[in-house]
Design a binder for this molecule. Structure first.
Ligand code: HH2
Length: 259
């Protein structure tokens, strides 16, 4: 089976990589359509950045950003809504989204009620503070136990399509991210389809800088090859979907990994 690619469209001024590029609904829709044409199985529309240190956005503003984009893109392909707010998830589903991508892993009652799919992602803490010395006794064990509990609850509530995601970069040091990646098999072994989001994340920028012997972190736009390396690694170990900015490259990699 060829792993799927979830294309990222952030309708925000401050996302870490594409912030400000697609704040205008028309630009966001055009970008989403281009990503569908490149082979994305689903377009993930988000109206609130969850990068480390990001400020929260109120529901009215988040809805204003995402709804026209969800509605327009749903005419052309599958759309997921990347949100932590129940009211945004509900409204986005009413506008055509069929998957709730939930970095808070708490919105399963909404997904169950609306009859759509749900992604449970692991995060330690809140985006505002999550990168201030995140601590685990056993990062792999704790992430797996959390995802298993949330996924079970969701399935019990009647959700047919439940995904789990270890949440790279969400309350995790570079070492935590690499440990999770090295043990991705344990996440896959839980038995739920696994989604991973490593695209252009800071850990990649740090690894590239370190291997170049420089202190300065490599910027998001220069992390394509590093992102692909992590995506190939995760797909090879059983991830069934990767969340990516660079869809065409991820789709090509997925086809080759599957072969
Ligand atoms: N990462 C981000 C946002 N949503 N959802 C899932 N399931 N997994 C992830 O790893 C994930 C996610 C962060 O990336 P991005 O949307 O590009 O940036 P920002 O949060 O700054 O908008």
């Amino acid at each position: 089976m060829i792993p799927q690619v979830m294309g990222i469209v952030n309708v925000t001024p401050d996302s870490f990589s594409d912030g400000g590029l697609f704040l205008d609904a028309q630009a966001a829709v055009a970008h989403g359509r281009a990503l569908l044409a490149e082979g994305a199985s689903v377009i993930d529309v988000g109206g609130e950045s969850t990068r480390p240190g990001a400020s929260p956005v109120d529901a009215a503003e988040e809805l204003r950003r995402v709804l026209p984009v969800v509605e327009a893109l749903s005419e052309h392909g599958r759309v997921s809504i990347d949100t932590r707010k129940p009211e945004v998830a509900r409204a986005a589903v009413a506008a055509g989204a069929t998957l709730v991508n939930d970095v808070s892993a708490s919105l399963w009652p909404v997904a169950a009620d609306c009859g759509v799919g749900w992604v449970a992602m692991h995060m330690l803490g809140e985006p505002g503070t999550m990168q201030q010395e995140p601590l685990y006794d056993d990062v792999v064990g704790e992430v797996c136990a959390f995802l298993e509990a949330q996924a079970r609850q969701a399935a019990k509530a009647g959700i047919d399509e439940v995904w789990v995601d270890p949440g790279f970069g969400f309350g995790k040091t570079a070492e935590h991210n690499l440990t999770l990646m090295a043990h991705l098999d344990d996440v896959v072994a839980l038995g739920w389809p696994v989604l991973v989001g490593t695209s252009r994340k800071a850990t990649i920028g740090r690894l590239l800088a370190a291997s170049d012997g420089v202190d300065e972190i490599v910027p998001p736009d220069d992390r394509l090859a590093g992102s692909l390396a992590t995506e190939v690694w995760c797909m090879h170990r059983g991830a069934r979907m990767v969340r990516a900015h660079d869809v065409s490259a991820a789709v090509q990699a997925a086809r080759v990994v599957a072969a």
